[in-house]
Design a protein around this ligand. Structure first.
Ligand SMILES: *[C@@H]1O[C@H](CO)[C@@H](O)[C@H](O)[C@H]1NC(C)=O
Ligand SMILES: *[C@@H]1O[C@H](CO)[C@@H](O)[C@H](O)[C@H]1NC(C)=O
Ligand SMILES: *[C@@H]1O[C@H](CO)[C@@H](O)[C@H](O)[C@H]1NC(C)=O
Length: 249
């Protein structure tokens, strides 16, 4: 037995009127938005993104539908002027009104085909596994790598030293193992490094080759400090060279 309140008819009509208004507004917005969407998705970037999309199980990226407008897809940021993809931001967390996305599997090699990328963030992704694809070494404009709280594994790749623009490297709280490749010391712009909470071994400091490169601008004292501090390992001065980059908890 259903008890229908007296005013149910009225509220249904009101609802209907509201729905009409919302629909009308939606249609108006659609018409207004169409000419603005003129900066069509860059063809090369779209190709890479479609490959990225197909690397994951269905429904991983539910709003990756309209191929005319890949810049509006969740996780994708483009340069307003050029329309090129400049950042990838994936996190299974809803901070900063990001749409939480859970990436299950390996990091697709197609990331390396987004040639204008400046920043990548893959964070709080427990189901992202395997090593970093070597295709990342093609990203010559990449300044910012934020990969933390993942189950990515393997070494801190020495190919990262082929990223001349790299300023910030956060590869913390994952499953990386081995030691910091000495070649990272040649990255003249690298000024922040956090490799804590991995299974790394060896001294937690800027590799010594740093001093021998960048003749005109050797790394400053602050660069050295910020390299060491975020590793959260024992300071090389107070401990033996066998100190580790494992987090102190
Ligand atoms: C992304 O992949 C899913 C299947 O995983 C597919 O249904 C969808 O059409 C793809 N998106 C685009 C824009 O091709
Ligand atoms: C780049 O680094 C900053 C921290 O300085 C961070 O807040 C930002 O989210 C990063 N951008 C990307 C795209 O990873
Ligand atoms: C790695 O995977 C394990 C097992 O699935 C999970 O318990 C853990 O939270 C994951 N680590 C991170 C940092 O997400």
């Amino acid at each position: 037995m259903l008890l229908i309140p007296h005013n149910s008819h009225i509220s249904t009509t009101t609802m209907g009127t509201k729905m009409c208004r919302v629909l009308g507004l939606a249609i108006a917005v659609l018409f207004l938005a169409t000419p603005l969407a003129s900066a069509a998705c860059n063809k090369d970037d779209l190709k890479a993104l479609l490959s990225f999309n197909s690397s994951f199980p269905p429904h991983t990226l539910p709003d990756w539908i309209n191929t005319e407008d890949c810049c509006s897809w969740a996780g994708i940021h483009c340069d307003d002027g050029t329309g090129r993809v400049t950042s990838l931001l994936f996190s299974n967390d809803d901070f900063n009104d990001f749409e939480p996305i859970d990436l299950v599997g390996n990091m697709p090699p197609s990331v390396g085909d987004l040639s204008e990328l400046v920043g990548i963030r893959f964070s709080i992704l427990p189901n992202l596994v395997g090593p970093l694809p070597h295709q990342l070494s093609k990203l010559k404009k990449l300044k910012n790598i934020s990969i933390y709280n993942t189950n990515l594994s393997g070494p801190i790749p020495s190919f990262l030293s082929q990223l001349p623009a790299l300023e910030r490297l956060d590869m913390s709280a994952s499953q990386f193992t081995g030691s910091i490749p000495p070649s990272l010391g040649s990255l003249a712009k690298l000024r922040y490094v956090d490799l804590s909470e991995n299974g790394l071994t060896g001294a937690c400091r800027r590799p010594s080759s740093a001093g021998s490169t960048g003749a005109r601008s050797p790394p400053s004292a602050s660069a050295r400090t910020s390299w060491q501090a975020p590793c959260r390992g024992p300071s090389p001065a107070s401990r033996s060279a066998a100190s580790t980059c494992t987090g102190t908890g």
